[in-house]
Ligand binder design. Structure first.
Ligand SMILES: *Cc1c(COP(=O)(O)O)cnc(C)c1O
Length: 401
């Protein structure tokens, strides 16, 4: 299939980073690609398709309702908008002007990241809480649940929580503090599956909305995501996302997603309209989600582990580096290969090695997160069969076998 890219004159890349957006995401399973192609051959009422997606997502997540978004970041935008406007179509129409609305969103300072641009784009004021001096090395503390509670006032629309294994304070503390004031909590769990249990975990802990990427480990279309949570918030999400170029007299949304009787009228196109989701993405995401949940996690782990083991084996003994598989299932969900470079004897730094891999033909993308420690990381999730051999051959050429 590389011929479609050949025809365009765009080189393909060996992606040993993972399903990163910059590298065009992952490799979809054939069943997902086939479902998307089949979806493209018919037309449906897109609101009815989202209503059905809501039921499927609810089943897999334990949430009241769900929605297919164009990614986790879109989920953050839509979820924030829902928390600001509720079911008021007048407020929906005015966004991102939030004058007179609940327009503050609280985040622990240590959770700030560039994806929160999606939250800020709703027109809210971000209120940062806590000093995470454990990251500067000057201390041991991070934000605490009570600090989140103390930042709540009558303008607070939501708390946004970014979930990683090391995230502090614990989600349960933040939910308790927010819910004590009736404030909803939105969890950014974009890359937090696997483990598959995390599809349910944050909802079970009481989160009001949870955003996942569809294009990361779930294996859905690159521009898809899941937002799940409270039914009233998902209704607000749908109202601010769906195409509403419709005559009010003909507007007949599926009542399980949007109950017209609850509304004074229909809003216009909402703030989420630019994050459009096609029927192909919705069907592709639902297909990928089913396959992801049905696959035995041990089998998935073994499939990834086999690729990483093969990479290390084919590297053999390198003159100026050692490669080892990191796959302790208690600590890492996705096995990787950690290549530690002897920068002095190799005559090149880890950063220069990453650059040399990228500049070769075909280009090999490796994870540069730990180059400061002289380490380059390779991941299995987006490697096509045989690509581990191509990586090993390049490493042997660059580092001496
Ligand atoms: C990947 C990621 C996102 C963005 O997800 P998309 O599905 O690409 O929109 C948001 N937040 C975090 C923490 C992420 O890792």
């Amino acid at each position: 299939m590389s011929n479609v890219y050949e025809a365009l004159g765009v080189p393909t890349v060996i992606n040993a980073v993972g399903p990163s957006t910059r590298l065009s995401g992952g490799i979809m399973r054939p069943e997902v690609a086939e479902a998307m192609a089949a979806a493209s051959q018919h037309c449906v009422d897109i609101a009815q398709l989202q209503a059905r997606a809501s039921q499927v997502i609810a089943e897999y997540t334990g949430a009241e309702a769900g929605y297919v978004t164009s990614g986790a970041a879109a989920g953050l935008l839509l979820g924030t908008a829902a928390c600001v406007t509720g079911l008021d179509p007048g407020k929906m129409n005015r966004l991102p002007d939030t004058t007179g609305m609940k327009n503050e969103v609280i985040m622990a300072r240590s959770h700030r990241n560039f994806y929160d641009h999606a939250v800020r784009s709703v027109g809210i004021k971000l209120v940062e809480v806590g000093i995470a001096d454990r990251f500067s090395g000057a201390g041991v503390r991070d934000a605490e649940g009570w600090e989140i509670g103390a930042a709540v006032n009558e303008r607070t629309a939501a708390v946004v929580y970014v979930s990683y294994a090391h995230t502090q304070p614990p989600l349960a503390e933040v939910i308790a503090a927010a819910h004590a004031h009736g404030v909803p909590v939105i969890v950014d769990a974009a890359g937090q599956v696997p483990p598959v249990d995390n599809l349910r975990r944050f909802i079970a802990e009481g989160a009001d909305l949870v955003a996942f990427s569809g294009g990361k480990a779930i294996g859905g279309p690159q521009s898809s995501g899941i937002l799940c949570g409270r039914a009233d918030l998902i209704t607000s999400v749908a109202l601010q996302h769906l195409d509403l170029d419709v005559m009010p007299a003909l507007w007949n949304p599926p009542p399980e997603l949007i109950d017209r009787a609850q509304l004074p009228g229909a809003p216009q196109h909402g703030i989420g309209r630019p994050c459009k989701v096609g029927k192909e993405e919705i069907v592709g995401l639902l297909t990928a989600l089913r396959l992801f949940v049905e696959e035995d996690p041990a089998v998935r782990h073994q499939r990834w582990l086999d690729k990483m083991t093969a990479l290390v084996q084919e590297c053999g003994t390198l003159a100026h580096a050692t490669a080892e598989v990191v796959a302790d299932r208690k600590r890492v969900e996705v096995p990787t290969v950690r290549l530690t470079l002897d920068e002095e004897s190799a005559g090149l730094s880890a950063l220069e090695l990453v650059r040399a891999l990228e500049e070769g033909t075909p280009s090999i993308a490796a994870n540069p997160t730990y180059v400061q420690e002289g380490v380059v990381v390779f991941g299995p999730m987006c490697l096509r069969s045989g690509e581990e051999s191509a990586i090993a051959a390049r490493l042997r050429a660059l580092l001496g076998a």
